[in-house]
Structure formats: structure tokens, C-alpha cells
Design a protein around this ligand. Structure first.
Ligand SMILES: Cc1cc2nc3c(=O)[nH]c(=O)nc-3n(C[C@H](O)[C@H](O)[C@H](O)COP(=O)(O)OP(=O)(O)OC[C@H]3O[C@@H](n4cnc5c(N)ncnc54)[C@H](O)[C@@H]3O)c2cc1C
Length: 411
């Protein structure tokens, strides 16, 4: 797919560059957050990240693919590509409400009621309300349809009881979109409903979980007789599985993955160009240069996969199973970039993150563990292969294929 940028597109790019130049302070603040500095405490950091998203939104650079009726920009494919390229070049951090913007938002645009769209979409764009996703449960991750989180109907309210696990952003989220079983007698994929739940409702307990990198990215969330208004049901009662599939398609598509990998690869190249090695630097090593070049080639491949999915979406087509190709390629490329980073670091790769000798303030340690998370969240690599084999290539279903349409994000 060859993208050509018209003179109007180049004007659009010039306007964005001028805007970014004019907002250097906010940009530096946001980028500082990404590097783990710039805020006195986590609450300040969240406040700054919300403010950065609101500033970018008010300038017209958030919700690019969304309808104007709900605060979106209805931007063209080339405009969307320009924004992702320019933000990546300035090393801007992912937006704090990514789960709301890239997963729930597009799902509500497609399946929400007019009231739900008017009520929730604008506050996703401004980062006034942050979202998390309550799909996975201890007994069902890949085999999501086996979930048992229960919702009983009591008049015009659902009463939710059960547990969610691996819920990213739960400690700071204002709302959660979750899958619940509303009819325990129905076959697996039937009897599931999709609810929008206020995280401040009585009966919710969030218990953060520490991941392998020592960070707190996700949590367990417990629901004890939590009351959710019937107006917060998305789609038909007991028909949440179809909505969940469209959510999974949105989660696995788009250019967000390309943006983050590009800024990391650029950063790794700069590290290799400055990291002392023998009489020179790491980049003097032919093997390092060849490996970095190979990662760039793979990134270009991923970028064009992203363009293809994006143009399908702009044509009004659901991302569907082909989004799994991009998700799988992106998560495996992230692991390869992590391995290349350790090779660039050489013997220093073993140095502890907090050591004064660590490279790039231990950035590549965190990146290495984060890459493992990306190969699991959003549906594991094995599940993506199943989906590609069965629903893209039309190969016969594996015994578990019927069961394992995993879910839940990341990144
Ligand atoms: C960083 C991160 C963030 C996450 N964020 C969220 C979130 O915000 N919300 C949310 O709901 N969930 C989230 N998850 C959970 C994620 O979606 C699940 O971990 C994932 O779907 C796998 O489910 P599981 O952990 O239960 O593993 P299991 O399903 O128990 O799988 C265990 C292993 O068996 C393999 N396997 C299972 N079934 C099959 C099959 N049919 N064929 C071949 N292999 C199979 C899997 O690939 C895996 O290797 C997150 C996970 C991570 C790592």
C-alpha cells in the first residue's frame, strides 16, 4: 500500500509541527512522565497525563477516527498517519486514556445507544473519565467464554458479583467495561452481557498486582453486589459476546503499536550510537548495525499492515480476524527489539535497573518484561495463531479453537 500525501496533507503536517513547537513545555512534561520523572507523585503524574491528553484533544489531535457528532475529527487515513508519525518523532507518551480511546470508544460508536454515546464518548476524549477493561477472570483468560462473573437482574438494575483479574489501569480508572454472565443456563457464548460499570460504585475492591518487572500495571477487581443501572447495558441482554468480539478487533488494530515501537527503536539506535564499546561505540559493531536495520525493516512491514487495517476501518469495515495478524506481528517484533536491546547493552544488560552503571536508567529491562506482557495481553500469541489459522486462512478448527477466543488488553 503506497501512501501519497497531498499538498493539503503537508499543510496539515506543518500545522501540527507548529502546534507541537508551540507546546514544547507540555510536551516535555508529558515526555518526562514517560521517563518516570517530572511529577512529585503518582497523582500529579496522572493529573499531568490527563491534562496532556485534554490539550492534544482541544487542538484536534485526539479521536481522529471518531465521528464529529461525538467530538471526533473524522480525519482521513493520511491525516491519521501524519499525527502518529509526528507524535512518534517527538517521543510523546501514549495517551493515558488509551483503553477508552482505542477499545471502548470505537465499540460504543458501533454498538452504543445514542444516550450512551452522548454520555460517555466526549469524556473519554478529554480524559475526564479513564477506562479499564474487565474481561479476564481467574478461570477464563484465553477461554473467555467460560467466564462466571455473575449479574442478576433486579428491576432496572444489574447486581454484579465475582472477580476480574489482570485489569490494567484499574487503580486509577473511573469506569470499567466488563463482561458478565446474565444467563447461567445458556450455552457458553450465549448468556453473556456487556456492561459499563462506575468504579466508584459501592462493593468494588481493587487489589493491585506486581508484575515481573516490579511495576504495578494490572490488578484484581472484586465485585460484591455491585449495582449497575440497566441503561449501562451495551447491545442486547445476553448478546454481549458479539460486542466483545468487535472490542477485541479494535484492541488489536490501528497504528498505536507502530508508534510506540518506532519511538523505542529510535531511542535504541541513539543508545547504540553513544554506548561505549571497546575503542568506539556499540553501533560500530556490524552485527549490532545489521540487527537494528533488520528491526527497522520489520517495523516498516508492521506500519503497512497498520495502514491496511486502518483503511479497512475507514471504509467502515470491522477490523475482524485480520487484526490478529498485526497484533501477533507487533508483539513478536517488540520481543525481538527487546532482545536486540540486550545485545546492544552487551555485558551491561546484566546490571540491575537501579545500578549507577545501568544503561538508559534501566529502560531496556522494563522494555524486556513489558514485551512478555504484550505477547499475552490482548490474547496470547498462540490464540492469535489459532484465530489467523481458522478465521483468516480458513484452516480446520483446532479442538480448542471453538473455545479459545481470548481477550483483554495491554498496549
Ligand atoms: C500486560 C497484560 C495486561 C492485561 N490487561 C488486561 C486487561 O486490562 N483486561 C483484561 O480483561 N485482561 C487483561 N489481561 C489478561 C490477558 O488477556 C490474559 O492473560 C490472556 O488472555 C491469557 O489468558 P490467561 O492468562 O488466563 O492464560 P490461559 O488462557 O490460562 O493460557 C495459558 C497458556 O495456554 C495457552 N493456551 C490457552 N488456550 C489455548 C489454545 N486454545 N490453543 C493454544 N494455546 C492455548 C495460552 O496461549 C497460554 O500460553 C492482561 C494480560 C497482560 C499480560
Amino acid at each position: 500500500m503506497h501512501l501519497t500525501f497531498s499538498p493539503e496533507d503537508e499543510e496539515y503536517r506543518a500545522r501540527l509541527r507548529a502546534w507541537l513547537d508551540g507546546h514544547h513545555a507540555e510536551l516535555a512534561g508529558a515526555a518526562g512522565l514517560m521517563a518516570g520523572g517530572g511529577a512529585a507523585n503518582i497523582l500529579d503524574a496522572i493529573g499531568m497525563a490527563r491534562e496532556w491528553q485534554r490539550t492534544l484533544y482541544e487542538a484536534g489531535y485526539v479521536g481522529l477516527a471518531w465521528p464529529k457528532a461525538y467530538g471526533g475529527q473524522e480525519a482521513t487515513l493520511t491525516q491519521q498517519v501524519i499525527v502518529s508519525e509526528e507524535l512518534s518523532r517527538r517521543n510523546t507518551p501514549p495517551l493515558i486514556n488509551t483503553i477508552g480511546l482505542t477499545i471502548l470508544g470505537p465499540t460504543l460508536v458501533q454498538h452504543g445507544t445514542e444516550e450512551q454515546k452522548q454520555r460517555f464518548l466526549p469524556k473519554i476524549l478529554t480524559a475526564e473519565e479513564l477506562w479499564c477493561q474487565g474481561f479476564s477472570v481467574p478461570e477464563a483468560g484465553s477461554d473467555l467464554a467460560a467466564l462466571r462473573t455473575r449479574a442478576e437482574i433486579d428491576g432496572d438494575t444489574f447486581v454484579v458479583t465475582g472477580q476480574k483479574v489482570w485489569t490494567s489501569m484499574a487503580p486509577i480508572a473511573d469506569w470499567c467495561f466488563l463482561l458478565v454472565r446474565t444467563d447461567p443456563t445458556a450455552p457458553r457464548h450465549e448468556g453473556i452481557s456487556y456492561l459499563l460499570c462506575d468504579m466508584r460504585a459501592p462493593g468494588i475492591t481493587v487489589r493491585p498486582l506486581r508484575n515481573a518487572a516490579g511495576g504495578i500495571h494490572f490488578s484484581e477487581v472484586f465485585f460484591e453486589d455491585v449495582r449497575v443501572p440497566a441503561a449501562n447495558l451495551v447491545g442486547e441482554l445476553h448478546a454481549g459476546w458479539q460486542i466483545a468480539r468487535s472490542t477485541l478487533g479494535h484492541e488489536r488494530s490501528g497504528l498505536a503499536g507502530v508508534l510506540s515501537l518506532e519511538s523505542n527503536l529510535m531511542r535504541l539506535w541513539r543508545t547504540a550510537a553513544t554506548l561505549p564499546r571497546g575503542d568506539g561505540v556499540a553501533l560500530d559493531d556490524t552485527a549490532v548495525r545489521r540487527e537494528l536495520a533488520q528491526r527497522w525493516i520489520e517495523l516498516e512491514g508492521l506500519r503497512h499492515l497498520g495502514f491496511r487495517t486502518l483503511s479497512a476501518q475507514l471504509a467502515g469495515r470491522e477490523p475482524g480476524a485480520s487484526a490478529s495478524v498485526g497484533k501477533l506481528f507487533a508483539s513478536e517484533l517488540r520481543s525481538r527489539i527487546a532482545a536486540t536491546a540486550l545485545r546492544v547493552e552487551g555485558p551491561l544488560a546484566q546490571v540491575a535497573k537501579k545500578s549507577p552503571h545501568t544503561v538508559d536508567r534501566g529502560r531496556w529491562h522494563a522494555f524486556y518484561f513489558d514485551a512478555i506482557g504484550h505477547s499475552i495481553g490482548g490474547g496470547t500469541a498462540q490464540i492469535q495463531r489459532n484465530t489467523i489459522a481458522e478465521r483468516v486462512l480458513g484452516l480446520p478448527r483446532s479442538v480448542q479453537g471453538e473455545r479459545a477466543e481470548g481477550g483483554g488488553p495491554g498496549r
